[in-house]
Design a protein around this ligand. Structure first.
Ligand SMILES: Nc1ncnc2c1ncn2[C@@H]1O[C@H](COP(=O)(O)OP(=O)(O)O)[C@@H](O)[C@H]1O
Ligand SMILES: [Mg+2]
Length: 299
């Protein structure tokens, strides 16, 4: 086989079966996969990045798809590799989507609706108080979080006053806040690969929470997106430059339009349980990824 790619994909929640399927389909196209290249165990020496005996930089492409275990060190090597070979996702898009402020800023620049947001220096508490007066309710968001972790809903000035001493203690560089969107506590997760719509599902927050994340008690349900939702997700993915994206969308009941909450660079495949529920997009997603790898490694 003349083409050789590297892969690092999560093993839990059915990821091991997905890997096998991708490797098999690539082999059918005469592309060999070296699996389980965890850059955590790689070193760089002069002009090469080494994983065991393998020169990772000499592969034709690297497919990195492991959300839970990405460290600063791995990102550092990811960035270096991206300069010399195709990566999926490409490093720029991946690092962009790792940050909610950077993403929302770029989306807004391109005319894509997001919740209203404000970023200010951590000493600028005046700004925070001003925006609170205007919005009435807001969400404090860590810009690099996931799974709803750290999101704090601020319902009134008194709760902001109470929260401030804690935020000040955390040695943050800045505050990133969003207007709290009035919505029906459900969202759309829309997967896009290589610019194409792959699949969609919905998530519903539990009775006791306002966040839809499964890790915050939310539940997944089958949901058909209308064309507007699909187009919005495609546009967001294009602006971010992502080869693979999972776009989170909610419907703003006051503005009466869809808004993009965030773009995820490593959206999970449907788990075996979710597949039983009827989420059937894994095959299409795998096929589009294999097509894309094939195209990007054509010599
Ligand atoms: N501005 C907002 N207004 C109302 N709800 C929000 C807002 N931002 C986030 N949420 C809720 O919190 C959840 C998590 O937010 P999100 O930005 O997707 O971050 P995460 O990376 O933690 O998933 C969303 O799925 C949604 O239910
Ligand atoms: Mg999300």
């Amino acid at each position: 086989m003349s083409r050789k790619i590297g892969m690092w994909l999560y093993n839990n929640s059915g990821g091991d079966a997905i890997q096998k399927e991708i490797i098999k389909k690539l082999r059918d196209r005469d592309i060999k996969t070296i699996n389980d290249i965890n850059l955590r165990h790689a070193t760089a020496k002069n002009g090469h990045i080494l994983h065991n005996e393998l020169k990772v930089d000499e592969l034709d492409l690297f497919f990195s798809y492991n959300a839970g275990e990405q460290t600063q060190y791995q990102m550092f090597l990811y960035q270096a590799l991206n300069r010399v070979m195709p990566m999926i996702n490409n490093f720029d898009a991946f690092s962009l989507t790792e940050d909610k402020f950077q993403t929302a800023f770029l989306l807004r620049q391109h005319g894509i609706d997001t919740p209203s947001f404000k970023l200010c220096h951590r000493d600028d508490t005046h700004e925070l108080n001003e925006i609170m007066k205007k919005w009435q309710r807001m969400v404090y968001k860590p810009t690099d979080g996931w799974g709803g972790v750290g999101l704090t809903k601020i319902e009134n000035q008194a709760s902001l006053d109470m929260l401030m001493p804690f935020l000040n203690q955390m040695d943050l560089r800045f505050f990133y806040v969003e207007k709290f969107i009035k919505y029906d506590n459900t969202d759309f997760r829309v997967d896009i690969v290589d610019g194409e719509f792959v699949g969609c599902y919905g998530r519903k927050a539990s009775k006791s929470d306002w966040r839809t994340n499964v890790t915050s008690g939310g539940s997944v349900f089958l949901r058909e997106p209308d064309d507007e939702v699909i187009e919005l997700a495609k546009k967001a993915s294009k602006v971010c430059g992502t080869d693979i994206a999972g776009v989170d969308i909610i419907y703003d009941l006051e503005k009466e339009k869809y808004v993009v909450l965030e773009v995820n660079g490593i959206p999970a495949f449907a788990t075996p349980e979710q597949e039983k529920l009827g989420l059937g997009f894994n095959k299409k997603k795998i096929d589009l990824i294999v097509d894309m790898i094939d195209r990007k490694t054509k010599k």
